[in-house]
Design a protein around this ligand. Structure first.
Ligand SMILES: CC(C)(COP(=O)(O)OP(=O)(O)OC[C@H]1O[C@@H](n2cnc3c(N)ncnc32)[C@H](O)[C@@H]1OP(=O)(O)O)[C@@H](O)C(=O)NCCC(=O)NCCS
Length: 235
């Protein structure tokens, strides 16, 4: 089982999901070498993009190994047909004729910063630096735009980023990513940095219970304030 000491990383258990956010170059100790699936998934990436991809993949495998109490060599991560990361090995016993992964995984990255989530149900995570959100505001619903307009101007960028990260986290948990239009997904902020999603008129929290709520986290890593949204969903 890997040691994985990671100075400066933010770690937390958020409604059953293990969340880690950090600078991938600040992990102390060795990470596993890439396996053939990692190298195949790297595709045509080159240079720094390739280095960061392989480092994230190694970290993801190490985090899964630690969570499951297994050697990192036993962990194989790949992609499903839509590009969502999945745990390929180990799998549980057959359930209703299907082999289910033991853990659901999600990740998000900006340069050297990365956020990882592991959970026993479909999960999505998204990370954005707390800077000017630029064109992301175009993905807001009219209700979200009105909520942004109602807060003081200096609070608006963070509010746009909250909505955007929540939509992306939800769409990752769903497994579609941005193939679905984020402007069609409504986010309602609750208390305690929680949120619910209204998709197709069905509030998920009512449909599936409060565990399907999302949560915003506000870690600071390497001096950079970040907004991270985590969502537990269904596929
Ligand atoms: C998934 C997606 C939302 C990521 O957006 P992003 O802000 O650029 O990147 P993030 O760092 O937050 O997330 C990237 C991670 O999302 C994950 N991801 C990719 N597709 C996913 C999907 N369909 N569902 C869940 N997670 C997905 C991957 O693990 C990826 O990390 P990796 O490449 O290191 O493995 C976006 O790339 C997407 O929707 N892709 C699928 C559809 C597509 O290819 N459309 C063309 C471009 S819009």
């Amino acid at each position: 089982m890997p040691d994985l000491s990671w100075p400066g990383a933010w770690r937390g258990e958020v409604s059953g999901a293990a969340v880690t956010v950090g600078d991938v170059d600040e992990v102390a100790g060795p990470l596993p070498d890439p396996n053939p699936v990692d190298l195949a998934d790297a595709g045509r990436r080159g240079g720094e993009e390739l280095r960061l991809f392989l480092r994230r993949r190694a970290l993801l495998r190490a985090l899964v190994a630690r969570r499951l109490g297994l050697a990192v060599e036993a962990i194989v991560v790949g992609y499903d047909a839509r590009g969502a990361p999945v745990l390929r090995q180990p799998r549980t016993a057959q359930t209703r004729g299907r082999s289910e992964p033991r853990l659901f995984i999600s990740l998000s990255a900006r340069g050297r910063l990365a956020a990882f989530a592991l959970a026993q149900e479909p999960v999505g995570i998204d990370l954005e630096p707390l800077v000017d959100p630029g064109p992301l505001a175009a993905a807001l619903t009219s209700a979200e735009r009105a909520a942004v307009a109602a807060v003081p101007e200096d609070a608006r960028p963070a509010m746009v980023l909250r909505y955007w990260t929540a939509k992306e986290a939800y769409l990752k948990a769903l497994g579609t990513g941005l193939r679905r239009d984020p402007a069609l997904v409504g986010i309602a902020a609750g208390s305690d940095e929680s949120f619910t999603v209204r998709d197709g008129g069905r509030p998920n929290a009512e449909r599936r219970g409060a565990a399907r709520q999302g949560h915003w986290l506000w870690p600071t890593v390497r001096g950079s304030p970040l907004v991270v949204a985590l969502f537990h969903g269904d596929r």
